[in-house]
Design a protein around this ligand. Structure first.
Ligand code: SAM
Length: 248
């Protein structure tokens, strides 16, 4: 089991694999300020930037789980680079059924709620690893601007307009699941660009180096249409944030 190669090409230069900057990740850490020694479980951890930087900045310990061997290699290298390899570990596997052996103070799924078939299932999954009084972190998109029609929703990369809620509706949904929303840090259009626009240069450099690769036509088409599509749709309509939840 591994992530399709096109993802690791697009996101080759990224540390955070979401429309969130390193600065926003640090802001989130400061906002919840975990005590040293807090155990963190990060499901679909990507390159492990949350775990590694929070281990450095706040002294947390923890485990990240991801299906991408390429991203996990990057996560392990980042842990060594930041001097936290003795405090964080990374496991290759499907996070959709992953429950921590020992309860954790923070259970996270940042930008991958499909592992729980949506927000309710992901909250249920994270709860199974959470110590009493712990925090859940959910990274999730929402409609920043309601799409006028289904074609606009599709152009934003969604199957249907109903796939996302507005921000107030998403916060209401968390409440309906029995959670207090105790913090949130939202992406903005600039942080969307750091995620989306940074992929264009990664793709262009990869195309220049690999013109005969079997993925070249697909990624060439993506680079040709991606910037205008991003500016017209995703950047304008789709918001994204990390929401910090505690059970009531
Ligand atoms: C949008 S990225 C977010 C990564 C990371 N949370 C971050 O913010 O940088 C989604 C991640 O989910 C991982 N992933 C997708 N399906 C998964 C699954 N079933 N189990 C574990 N990881 C999965 C991908 O490999 C990718 O690293």
């Amino acid at each position: 089991m591994d992530l399709p190669r096109s993802f690791t090409i697009r996101e080759s230069g990224h540390r955070v694999l979401n429309p969130f900057t390193i600065e926003k990740l640090a802001l989130l850490g400061q906002a919840i300020s975990p005590s040293p020694g807090t155990r963190v479980l990060d499901l679909a951890c990507g390159k492990g930037e949350l775990l590694c930087t929070w281990a450095r900045d706040h002294g947390v310990t923890g485990t990240g789980v991801d299906i991408s061997t390429v991203f996990l290699d990057a996560a392990r290298a980042r842990a060594v680079e930041l001097g936290v390899a003795d405090r964080v570990g990374f496991v290759h596997g499907d996070a959709s059924g992953h429950v921590s052996d020992d309860p954790v103070g923070i259970a996270a799924c940042v930008g991958a709620t499909w592992i729980g078939s949506g927000v309710p299932g992901t909250v249920g999954l994270l709860r199974r690893s959470l110590a009493p009084g712990g925090m859940m972190l959910i990274g999730e998109p929402y409609w920043r601007r309601e799409p006028e029609d289904e074609a606009t929703a599709k152009a934003c990369g969604l199957s249907r307009a109903d796939d996302l809620l507005s921000l107030p509706e998403l916060l209401t949904r968390f409440g309906d699941l029995g959670c207090d929303v105790v913090e949130m840090v939202l992406a903005d259009q600039d942080s969307w660009d750091r995620y989306a626009a940074a992929q264009w240069l990664n793709i262009r450099r990869w195309l220049d180096a690999n013109p005969e690769d079997e993925l070249a036509d697909e990624l060439r088409a993506e680079l040709t249409t991606g910037p205008v599509r991003h500016a017209r749709y995703q950047r304008e309509y789709v918001g994204w944030g990390v929401f910090v939840l505690m059970d009531r």
